[in-house]
Design a protein around this ligand. Structure first.
Ligand code: CP
Length: 326
């Protein structure tokens, strides 16, 4: 049996953060530092299959107040790949039902000798509030329609792996931009790395205000399709909408679903992405979601590498601050 040497990634001098709350406030250099660290973990763990136990004295708590399959399980597995212990909290079945507040719940979990909390909550700003209330590190697992930074990072890592660069690529985010935290994190991250970003969808779900930050706004997928290198197909988030943004799901699919006919009019090497969960037949048809251009499952695997990087970076910075290094 071969034993993997336990060797840390190089700690990027630009990294000074104990928390990861959003991509809007990160510099291009900080984003590249996370991507490069994720790539290191991918390459030194056989694609995140093996352990690199650098954080055996650390405990991560998943604090999820909304449902999740990808984010929660990959944070949990990423922590275990690094040798850390994990605590799993879900609001359903917890003492929240007895009236315990969000902050009291978070402080209680922290008091179990937790070093890092990953929080998902329907209220925008919750990770920031926690980072100010707790002593431990905080990583956002998605807050309302605000941001989902590790999703944005894993999407960007997937594009960089497939295309070797972000500069000058045209990336369209298609669908429910108004309610998508993934869209926001993608927009900030992609723009900082030099991509041309288009947001595309019904006018009820795509605000013209994105033009103010240099994002192209489009309402016709068919018009922009021939120019796109990447399509990231976002789910319609009915659970966050107070009114119906279009007459019917069928009509939405006619105008915006990526299907075989549209693939025939796209670039030969177009990348089809989706943060998931996908609704087959709504934003993407099955033949496209499972077809040769789809990297949807590569995104999921890259979630492990990105989350290993994010956990290791914030925990290492926490240790450096305690040791008076930075
Ligand atoms: N993309 C994403 O956040 O998926 P989950 O809701 O399953 O975590």
């Amino acid at each position: 049996m071969s034993h993997q040497a336990i060797e840390s990634p190089p700690f990027p001098p630009v990294w000074k953060r104990r928390h990861l709350i959003d991509l809007e406030s990160l510099s291009r250099e900080e984003i590249v530092a996370i991507l490069d660290t994720a790539e290191y973990f991918r390459q030194h763990t056989d694609g995140c299959r093996n352990k690199l136990p650098l954080l055996t004295d650390r405990t991560l708590a998943n604090l999820f107040f909304e449902n999740s399959t990808r984010t929660r399980n990959s944070f949990s597995l990423a922590a275990k790949r690094l040798g850390a212990d994990t605590v799993e909290f879900s609001s359903s079945g917890s003492s929240v039902s007895k009236g315990e507040s969000f902050i009291d719940t978070a402080k209680t979990i922290e008091a179990l000798c937790v070093d890092l909390v990953v929080v998902r909550h329907r209220t925008p700003g919750t990770p920031k509030v926690l980072s100010e209330c707790l002593d431990c590190s905080v990583i956002s697992g998605g807050d309302g329609a605000h941001e989902h930074p590790t999703q944005g990072l894993l999407d960007i890592l997937t594009i960089r792996q497939q295309r070797g660069r972000l500069d000058d690529l045209t990336v369209a985010l298609v669908g429910d931009i108004a309610h998508s935290r993934t869209a926001r994190s993608n927009i900030w991250g992609l723009k900082k790395l030099g991509a041309h970003v288009i947001v595309c969808g019904p006018s009820t779900l795509v605000s013209r205000r994105w033009e103010e930050v240099g994002v192209e706004v489009a309402h016709s997928l068919d018009e922009i399709l021939p120019r796109c290198d990447v399509l990231n197909l976002l789910r319609i988030q009915f659970e966050r909408q107070s009114t119906r943004p279009f007459p019917s799901v069928r009509e939405y699919a006619l105008l915006y679903a990526m299907n075989r006919e549209r693939m025939a009019r796209a670039k030969d090497n177009i990348l089809i992405m989706a943060p998931g969960p996908i609704n087959r037949g709504v934003e993407v048809t099955t033949d496209v979601a499972d077809g040769p251009h789809s990297v949807i499952l590569n995104q999921v695997t890259n979630g492990l590498a990105i989350r290993m990087a994010a956990i290791w970076l914030v925990c290492t910075q926490q240790r450096r601050e305690r040791d008076g290094i930075a």
